[in-house]
Design a protein around this ligand. Structure first.
Ligand code: AMP
Ligand code: GLY
Length: 434
């Protein structure tokens, strides 16, 4: 019997999840709260306007709509305890409980957890006092220049300083000036690591981990990884900057250890565990854990997922992931290029009419995912946020996928559109790929 599911979220990541779930013959209808114009345009998908913080009402709605599974996209609702609340009404959820989400929402907790379970990560110390933090920066026996607000700061709140002065200034900003509010009451001061950053995501049912192929995000706004940090300007998969041996180490020493450690702490962790890795000269080190799918990594991962996403998610919830063979199109490559609005990441521009979409979408194996898009006058689509669209291409080589996705981004236009022309460049410049 086919099922109804509810996806929580509205971004490119949730668009990609809905797109893939819609492929499943086991899924009858997908609701997405709040969803988006792009999400609603997928067959089987309906955006719903419901307050996801009103748990009793949400639970009642889920029962009325016969929702078989709730899939939570972003970290905030997870950290707020949406899974605990819905589970108490007997509703099944793909995503960790509030205590599981601590692994992302509380960096101090995550660092202590990594130390306890011997998960490789940078040396650090945590502080609740700004003077003590600055004293540590000035006297640590290693370059302690990474300053992190311990709490959730919408992907911001981390400063990789180039001098002790800059690191101390970051402490003042985060702790004394409370730039990120209460998220900065505790700071983690960490050793600077050097290498290539790779995102390694895994499905888990709390026991078994099933790795997704490695991918790479592009945080900076400008070509050559220059300019300010953003929510992510593009991603590609698979990322060749981590060897199969290193990936096997990440599976055993990072993801499996984390899931086993969470279990030992009494936390039944279900959903996606995302390890942000730095592949250093002495091996992969954990920069952070996220308790959810990555954005924009998910958009390229979903293009390469061969198996039925609903079946995998349901197996995670049922504790039967070991029995599921998750297949990926390993011979193919996917590259996604984000098109952002004018002023991003400082500001964003709303209401600019987007052109060129239908021409791009008519090409095979090119998919457009919406991040900040709204319906304008006369059925047009207009910009409605910082990151507007991600256009992804799947091809048999990374070079071709990158060139096709970049050309597609050039063909989609609106006043002030900005996109990077070098997504996947690290895979090429490190001469891993011919
Ligand atoms: P996080 O949210 O902890 O992953 O930090 C955000 C970004 O800061 C990461 O994606 C890295 O680019 C950078 N970063 C975090 N920790 C370190 C570190 N120890 N050394 C160098 N860069 C780091
Ligand atoms: N791509 C980084 C993140 O989702 O946090």
């Amino acid at each position: 019997m086919s099922k109804n599911v509810l996806v929580i979220g509205s971004g490119g990541r949730e668009h990609a999840l809905c797109w893939k779930l819609a492929d499943s013959p086991l899924v009858k209808q997908i609701f997405c709260a709040p969803g988006s114009v792009g999400i609603s345009s997928i067959v089987k998908v309906e955006s719903v306007d419901i307050n996801i913080k009103d748990y009793p009402v949400l639970a009642e709605w889920c029962k009325q709509k016969n929702i078989d599974l709730v899939i939570v996209g972003p970290e905030d609702p997870l950290a707020d305890g949406i899974v605990d609340a819905l589970s108490s009404y007997g509703i099944k959820c793909f995503g960790p409980t509030k205590s599981g989400a601590e692994i992302e929402a509380n960096k101090d907790w995550a660092k202590k957890f990594m130390a306890k379970y011997q998960i490789p990560t940078a040396r650090y110390q945590s502080f609740t006092d700004a003077e003590a933090a600055k004293n540590f920066i000035n006297n640590a026996p290693f370059p302690a220049l990474v300053v992190k607000a311990s709490g959730l700061a919408a992907g911001k709140g981390v400063v990789v300083a180039s001098s002790k002065e800059e690191a101390c200034a970051a402490v003042d900003e985060i702790m004394t000036d409370a730039k990120y509010g209460s998220a900065g009451q505790t700071v983690v001061i960490e050793e600077v690591l050097e290498g290539d950053e790779v995102s390694v995501l895994a499905f888990t049912d709390g026991e078994t981990v099933s790795l997704m192929p490695p991918s790479q995000d592009h945080k900076r706004i400008g070509d050559g990884d220059t300019g300010p940090n953003t929510g992510g300007m593009g991603a590609y998969c698979p990322c060749p900057l981590i060897t199969p041996e290193q990936l096997a180490d990440v599976k055993e020493q990072v993801l499996q250890r984390a899931v086993d450690g969470l279990k030992a702490e009494g936390i039944h962790y279900v959903g996606v565990l995302y390890a942000g890795m730095m592949v250093t000269k002495s091996g992969p080190m954990t920069l952070e854990f996220n308790c959810r799918f990555g954005d924009p990594e998910t958009q390229v991962l979903m293009l390469l997922l061969d198996s039925d996403l609903y079946t995998i998610m349901r197996a995670c919830v049922d504790g039967t992931l070991k029995q599921v063979q998750v297949k990926w199109e390993t011979e193919m490559c996917a590259v996604g290029v984000v098109i952002a609005s004018k002023g991003y990441p400082v500001t964003s521009t709303k209401g600019c009419v987007i052109s060129g979409l239908s021409q791009v979408q008519s090409q095979p194996n090119i998919v457009v995912f919406h991040s900040g898009v709204a319906r304008g006058a006369n059925d047009s689509l207009v910009t409605a946020g910082g990151r507007v669209i991600l256009v992804a291409a799947k091809r048999s080589s990374l070079r071709t996928a990158a060139s096709v996705a970049t050309s597609a981004a050039a063909a989609i236009d609106f006043p002030g559109a900005q996109y990077r022309k070098d997504i996947a460049h690290r895979a090429f410049s490190n001469s891993v790929i011919a």
